[in-house]
Design a protein around this ligand. Structure first.
Ligand code: RFL
Length: 395
């Protein structure tokens, strides 16, 4: 029950980190609260940025996504003034996304790690990180049989997401900057083929609706939703009718309906913990910063931070000097804040704020007019489109 690096959490951040540490010959172990099948089936992100693909390529972790992922470079905005398309793959830096469901990526990362001899303990919940201000931190856990245990470490990598033990164990010097965008989404997975060959963003007085392909059989939809409402409040028929209205199916073509196989409410909120290093405890991924899903940055930031952290830990453990770990926080925060800024912009572009259910006029008239002007600029200005493309695929 000891390792040089104890990694908390087997999401994209923890598993990329663990693979890289193992490849660098560093003694590490992953502790994961959930069981293996839960980790491998949790559907979330799907749009991988080109930089994420480059990182995974660099470390031999991209076979699955090259075999089964599909590149994607177009989005379509639907508004009351008509629709327009942005081929972002030929704008900005000319880069595209790779669509590959997060659970498939996690499965690949886990398989690779285990095949290489990596150690992971499922159904092992970290309760708290102790003595992070010293050189001998340890993690207390609840083991699969319910008994308490202790894991000693040199460093603890907090990759256990938004509700993990890392965040609960932060010292009072940690600053959490939080912003609530004030809107919520009903996130849906439909067992239905995509309805358009692009990401669809519908801006409507009834609220935002989004369409994102996941695979030839499964499509993700989002509906702006009343804050606090239960995910089950709407029937499947109501959901499809609402999607039809907001996506303006009557004008632009019908949506391909199918059973809703998963639904959940997401409040669009974000935060950043500063710094990312607290002595021997290092945060990465959602544990370090949450981004609202409007611009699909979360999983991409997680992979980026994991690579930087792996390099810093390898350098520190080899040299016995933690200058690289000292730089880790600032290196990541610059990227995190760029992602937050773009996400904030995107959230403002897509929504009537406040949520239209609480304000039947669909947000203040002034805000709605600004949003319209912003969309018009994006439709007509090549410079604005290049800026959008660069930020949309970038981390
Ligand atoms: P994860 O994936 O949440 O993994 C954390 C892991 O830690 C475990 N854990 C613990 N283990 C031990 N002890 C504890 N006390 C623990 N507490 C938690 C959990 O079981 C889990 O296995 O965090 P990580 O690795 O930082 O990765 C972050 C991403 O998962 C997240 O940012 C994205 O999914 C966000 N996101 C999206 N990101 C994108 O880049 N593109 C997208 O298209 C996109 N779509 C989304 C999203 C997130 C969504 N939800 C559910 C919030 C769509 C949705 C609906």
């Amino acid at each position: 029950t000891a390792a040089d690096v104890v990694v908390l959490g087997a999401g994209p951040a923890g598993l990329v980190l663990a693979n890289l540490l193992l490849a660098a010959g560093i003694d590490c172990v992953v502790l994961e609260r959930a069981d293996r099948s839960h980790v491998q089936t949790r559907a979330r992100a799907g749009f991988l940025a080109p930089n994420t693909v480059r990182i995974l390529d660099r470390h031999g972790l991209a076979d699955g996504l090259h075999r089964h992922g599909r590149t994607h470079g177009t989005c379509e905005f639907r508004t009351g003034d008509g629709r327009f398309r942005l081929d972002y793959g030929s704008l900005g830096r000319g880069e595209v996304h790779t669509v590959y469901p997060q659970q498939n990526l996690v499965t690949d990362l886990l398989t690779h790690y285990l095949d290489a001899g990596g150690r992971i303990h499922f159904e092992t919940e970290a309760l708290s990180v102790h003595d992070a201000d010293g050189a001998r931190p340890y993690v207390t856990t609840r083991e699969p049989d319910g008994r308490p245990a202790r894991w000693d470490a040199r460093y603890v990598a907090g990759c256990d997401g938004r509700h993990g033990a890392s965040r609960r164990s932060l010292p009072p010097t940690a600053v959490r900057q939080h912003h609530d965008h004030g809107v919520s989404w009903l996130g849906l997975l439909a067992e239905a083929p995509p309805s358009l060959d692009a990401v669809g963003y519908a801006v409507h007085d009834r609220g935002f609706a989004g369409h994102m392909a996941r695979s030839p059989q499964v499509t993700r939809y989002y509906l702006q939703y009343r804050r606090g409402a239960s995910a089950d409040a709407w029937s499947e028929e109501r959901i499809w009718d609402e999607l039809d209205l907001r996506m303006r199916a009557a004008e632009h073509g019908p949506l391909r309906r199918g059973p809703i196989i998963e639904r959940g409410v997401v409040d669009l909120a974000c935060d950043v913990i500063e710094p990312l290093r607290h002595g021997s405890l290092l945060l990465a991924g959602d544990a370090a910063s949450l981004t609202a899903p409007a611009a699909a940055k979360g999983a991409n930031l997680a992979v980026l931070e994991a690579e930087i952290l792996a390099g810093a830990l390898a350098e520190t453990l080899a040299a016995g000097d933690d200058a690289a770990l000292d730089r880790y926080s600032a290196q990541c925060l610059a990227r995190i804040w760029r992602a937050q800024e773009f996400t904030q912009w995107m959230t403002g572009l897509l929504h009537a704020i406040p949520a239209p259910d609480s304000d039947p006029s669909g947000g203040s008239f002034f805000q709605a007019s600004l949003r319209r002007a912003r969309l018009d600029s994006l439709r007509t200005s090549r410079a604005h489109q290049d800026w959008f493309a660069e930020n949309y695929v970038g981390v």
